[in-house]
Design a binder for this molecule. Structure first.
Ligand code: ZN
Ligand code: ZN
Length: 212
């Protein structure tokens, strides 16, 4: 189960990094946005950490702690020289805080997402949606491997921890839906080499593989 959770977090991390149109460490005009992007990197490091380690109650990590234990490959830095503190809880929850910009909450994440999308070209938006769909496809594949039933909704995937809430979001506000071919699912149950046929669709961008 841990390796699957690891895959999911890694895939989530890749999705997140795909939103880094402004790579971490690059100075942008807006200090706050820059700080949020650094805090997102810390949050991912924290999420990887809690998979690897049992956290008793609560634990606070500094940037130096993450670097020393190789959960960060290079330092993250607030453009206003704020100090970062990452709290890890035994519930696997991770909370990042900057002494200048405050806690990395959903509002800040939304702001960052909005900013990133505003910087994407039309081609990048499609590529990003495609990545989200690949992620959904991967989550469904894993779910099918572990279960005797086909997932019907994204909520089922989230509940079984194959995706995190709010799940994945299309940069152009498409709604995602999917279907799994029942026969291929049953075939894959009796023959490990058989592939489960999965179709993921975005209401804005269409069905994978999005050849265009
Ligand atoms: Zn800051
Ligand atoms: Zn889309």
């Amino acid at each position: 189960m841990n390796s699957i959770r690891f895959f999911i977090i890694m895939a989530g991390l890749l999705l997140l990094l795909s939103l880094f149109i402004v790579p971490p460490g690059t100075i942008v005009a807006d200090d706050k946005i820059q700080c949020i992007s650094e805090m997102l990197v810390l949050e991912s490091a924290g999420e990887l950490y809690v998979i690897d380690h049992k956290v008793p109650g609560e634990k606070t990590m500094s940037v130096a702690d993450f670097l020393a234990q190789q959960f960060l490959s290079k330092p993250v830095k607030c453009p206003k020289d704020g100090t970062y503190r990452t709290k890890l809880f035994n519930t696997s929850e991770v909370q990042v805080e900057c002494s200048s910009h405050g806690i990395l909450d959903d509002k800040k994440k939304k702001e960052y997402r909005k900013y990133s999308i505003s910087k994407m070209s039309p081609v990048q938006k499609i590529a990003n949606c495609k990545l989200q769909m690949r992620f959904i496809e991967g989550a469904i594949e894993l779910y099918c491997m572990d279960h005797d039933t086909i997932p019907k909704t994204a909520d089922e995937l989230i509940k079984a921890e194959y995706m995190k809430k709010p799940g994945v979001l299309c940069p152009e506000n498409g709604a995602y839906s999917f279907s799994v071919d029942e026969k291929s699912f049953l075939d894959a149950k009796s023959d490990n080499s058989a592939e489960v046929k999965i179709q993921v669709k975005c209401s804005t961008h269409g069905i994978l593989p999005l050849e265009k």
